[in-house]
Design a protein around this ligand. Structure first.
Ligand code: MN
Ligand code: MN
Length: 460
């Protein structure tokens, strides 16, 4: 059954991006997929994302804005904030008052954080108490090998990086589950959501008691003793720390055809990776380009490194302070005239649970970058028309739809916080299956489509 000429002319076609790619583009999608896996494995926290983004950007000629005196057309700089948010900027030909082209992704992901005094002993084991960060289905985190990533500020004020569980020979950690043999009461009494409860997200970290006859909590003390030997830590040091508990697993190809990638942290490091590659590919743009990587999206874009802070304004101010014309009153007008894409993931249809979506407005992995125009901001017809035309002209595979059925829930993105400046913004990102799980699934076609989409947008 072919497509009638009239159908082709009049109807919107929903189809795989793979069939639209040239042979060359297919190869590029696979090559980019390999690079994406390396990125994901290097980046399990927002701080690690900032480091990796700067490393990659420096290799492409970006310099620290703090070290540059005056910026001119074509200059490439980065702005880093509190080690948890970063922006890459390419100075355009036009003045800032005509606006910037902005893409914004977030580099924090759902996870478990260690509580302020996490270490305790129970039943001859040592464990860490944790607190979920972002939308976590608790049961998904049991029986998964876990790693610890973060920073600790010690008693004397020195800061150390703390990462255990990623190297081949490193130990991992785990949240224990209840065996099916003894689950009858749990099965009968708990709803799926409570299969594991918040206070049951306890990570097993040790099991040998210390040889100290006067000690009360011998296993706990033994673990603290190991940490003291390896990192010079005392228990109180864990109070001034940010330790994230994340899956210790690596990114892998998924499927016989290797068309997909499975990994922790793809919300939203998939869009972060695509926009990073996009801005690194921008040369001498018409308008100043800004790729912003922010923190705290998963808990509502709060905090001094989230999108609700003044970070966007402050970056524009930084650029102005290094421009010939130091007119700070241009900040608001520059932002108002800006055009933006909120580069965040959305839900792709999982065939097993397609009932969660309105099939007529669903988004599919492998169909290209997905626009979700209604995520709390309500994009204008004019701006949607502009973006659609741009991507059609440049042959970027894209799709449009919604996260899921109206009555089932929903989500937010940074778009609602940036739109307050009056700039045009829509949500356009990569669809995932199993979003927020320890092993989210993306399509290499969408990683590549998003890269192309962000590149032509920034360059426009
Ligand atoms: Mn997200
Ligand atoms: Mn999310």
């Amino acid at each position: 059954m072919g497509e009638s000429a009239l159908e082709k002319k009049l109807l919107l076609k929903k189809e795989s991006a793979w069939t639209k790619f040239s042979e060359q583009e297919r190869k590029m999608a696979f090559t980019m997929g390999d690079n994406y896996k390396v990125f994901l494995d290097a980046v399990k926290t927002e701080r690690e994302a900032v480091k990796e983004i700067i490393k990659r950007a420096k290799a492409k000629g970006f310099e620290d804005i703090a070290k540059s005196k005056e910026l001119s057309y074509g200059d490439k700089v980065y702005f880093v904030f509190k080690e948890k948010a970063v922006a890459l900027i390419v100075i355009g030909k036009e003045g800032l008052e005509t606006g910037l082209n902005v893409t914004g992704a977030h580099i924090d992901s759902p996870r478990l954080d260690l509580k302020p005094t996490p270490l305790y002993e129970d039943s001859s084991l040592a464990l860490f108490k944790t607190r979920p960060y972002g939308g976590v289905k608790y049961y998904q985190w049991a029986n998964v090998p876990l790693a610890l990533h973060g920073v600790i500020v010690k008693k004397d004020g020195t800061k150390i990086d703390f990462v255990i569980g990623e190297n081949e020979k490193d130990p991992v950690f785990v949240i224990g589950d209840l065996l099916p043999h003894l689950s009858r009461k749990q099965d009968a009494e708990r709803k799926a959501k409570d299969t594991l409860k918040g206070e049951e997200l306890n990570v097993i970290v040790g099991g040998i008691p210390i040889d100290d006859k006067d000690a009360k909590q011998k296993v706990k003390l033994a673990v603290m003793n190991i940490l003291n030997t390896s990192h010079g830590l005392i228990e109180e040091d864990l109070a001034s720390a940010e330790i994230e508990v994340v899956p210790a697993t690596k990114a892998k190809d998924v499927g016989f055809d290797r068309s997909m990638i499975g990994s922790y942290g793809q919300d939203d490091r998939s869009c972060a990776f695509s926009q990073l590659n996009a801005i690194m590919g921008v040369q001498k743009p018409k308008r100043t380009c800004l790729a912003l990587f922010v923190d705290k999206e998963e808990i509502g874009s709060t905090g001094n490194t989230g999108a609700q802070s003044f970070i966007l304004e402050n970056i524009v101010r930084e650029i102005i302070s290094r421009s010939k014309n130091k007119d700070y009153s241009a900040v608001k007008i520059a932002l108002q005239n800006s055009k933006a894409l909120s580069a965040d993931v959305t839900a792709g249809v999982n065939p097993t649970f397609k009932d969660a979506h309105d099939e007529k407005n669903a988004i599919y992995i492998g169909h290209g970058i997905a626009i979700d125009p209604l995520v709390k901001t309500g994009a204008s017809a004019e701006y949607l028309g502009e973006i659609r035309k741009l991507w059609n002209d440049k042959k970027v595979p894209w799709q449009i739809g919604e996260l899921g059925k109206i009555d089932l829930g929903g989500g937010g993105t940074v778009a609602m916080f940036f739109s307050k400046y009056g700039l045009d913004i829509i949500d356009a990102g990569i669809p995932l299956i199993s979003m927020h799980s320890p092993f989210e699934i993306s399509s290499k076609a969408d990683i590549f489509s998003a890269y192309k989409a962000y590149l032509v947008f920034l360059s426009s």
